[in-house]
Ligand binder design. Structure first.
Ligand code: 13P
Ligand code: SF4
Length: 330
């Protein structure tokens, strides 16, 4: 489904503690579990039954037994949960929470590109980052996340060409670590693409012992100056493994600071700021506007009303096979 650019609406103020209590009661009443990505607000992560990166949450969605899932994240995540757990009711707090990466690769354009490459006589395997719509997934051979991409690409026979969609930066990074040439789609994440290299270098210089950690969705110039590159769960495990109190400069969505602080409270975490291309000004654009559409009020309301819901679409059947093979059978 198409998701227009997300806008934060203003909601009437309600006490977060009251909302949390209400949500806890509704979870029991409705037989629901809440799944929350590390990029949603900390208070939502606190009331969630499961938190994690895209890979863990997809697996959690497939394995939990409750009849209802509330997926706090973005649309493609709720969609994947529904596909992996068709019998469950999958609710999302806001259907408009999309993803710039998923938007950048539409199914008809992907199909046209695949046809073009095949018409040239090329044997291609299409590998999609999980940040894609189910319609796109249904056209692909493998689905990867930041947690399993390298492993899956390593398994693809060397005589097959890989078309990797939609994140050009993650794709370039994967080419580097796997040594595999790939045809890249020109997509990018609106948050990870705009980190300010200048601010990062200045912070690094002013804090000589700091460690830069970056998500592989960042462009090459940021990854080149990073000490550790990994998806959100890998980042968490890495900061936990560092015992000495350390300053980390974090190049990913800023809500990630919350789970990092929780797992390794001995450290200091500084979010790297973004920079606006139009004016060159530093901005707080390291917050994903789509993830930010998840609020406690909307979690409460969707539990109460049983909507918005992700409903089954005909192309989910095809996407189910590729998602299961890629994420559950390893
Ligand atoms: P991971 O949590 O899988 O690293 O993905 C990050 C992301 O971009 C989610 O939108
Ligand atoms: Fe999509 Fe980027 Fe937001 Fe993740 S952070 S949901 S990749 S727009």
């Amino acid at each position: 489904m198409g998701t227009p650019f997300a806008q934060k609406e203003t909601e009437p103020y309600e006490d977060p503690l009251d909302l949390m209590e209400e949500i806890d009661a509704l979870k029991v009443e409705k037989g629901a579990k809440i799944l929350a990505h590390f990029y949603v607000d900390g208070d939502i992560q606190d009331i969630a039954d499961y938190t994690g990166d895209s890979l863990k949450l997809a697996r959690d969605a497939a394995s939990i037994e409750d009849s209802t899932i509330v997926f706090c994240g973005v649309h493609f995540m709720g969609e994947s949960a529904k596909i992996l757990s068709p019998k469950k009711t999958v609710l999302v707090p806001d259907l408009l929470a999309g993803c710039s990466l998923a938007e950048s690769c539409q199914a008809p354009e992907l199909k046209a590109r695949q046809d073009e490459l095949r018409a040239e006589g090329r044997t291609i395997v299409t590998v999609a980052y999980i940040n894609t719509s189910a319609a796109v997934k249904s056209l692909c051979d493998w689905i990867v996340t930041s947690g399993n991409a390298q492993e899956i690409i390593d398994r693809i026979p060397a005589d097959q060409e890989i078309l990797f969609v939609p994140d050009q930066h993650l794709g370039r990074y994967l080419m580097e670590v796997t040594g595999r040439e790939m045809i890249l789609w020109p997509g990018a994440c609106m948050v990870h693409e705009i980190f300010s290299l200048q601010d990062l270098l200045r912070a690094k210089k002013n804090n000589a012992d700091s460690i830069v950690i970056a998500h592989p969705e960042c462009p090459q110039n940021i990854l080149e100056v990073s000490d550790f590159i990994g998806g959100t769960e890998k980042m968490r495990q890495y900061v936990k493994s560092v015992k000495e109190p350390t300053m980390f400069l974090v190049a990913t969505e800023s809500a990630m600071i919350y789970p990092l602080q929780k797992i390794a409270p001995q450290h200091t975490f500084i979010p790297v700021p973004g920079i606006m291309e139009s004016t060159g000004e530093t901005c707080a654009c390291n917050r994903c506007p789509h993830m930010a559409l998840n609020t406690l009020q909307k979690v409460r309301d969707c539990l109460k009303n049983g909507s918005p819901e992700i409903t089954w679409e005909p192309y989910f059947d095809q996407a189910k096979g590729v998602l299961e093979r890629s994420l559950l059978k390893n």
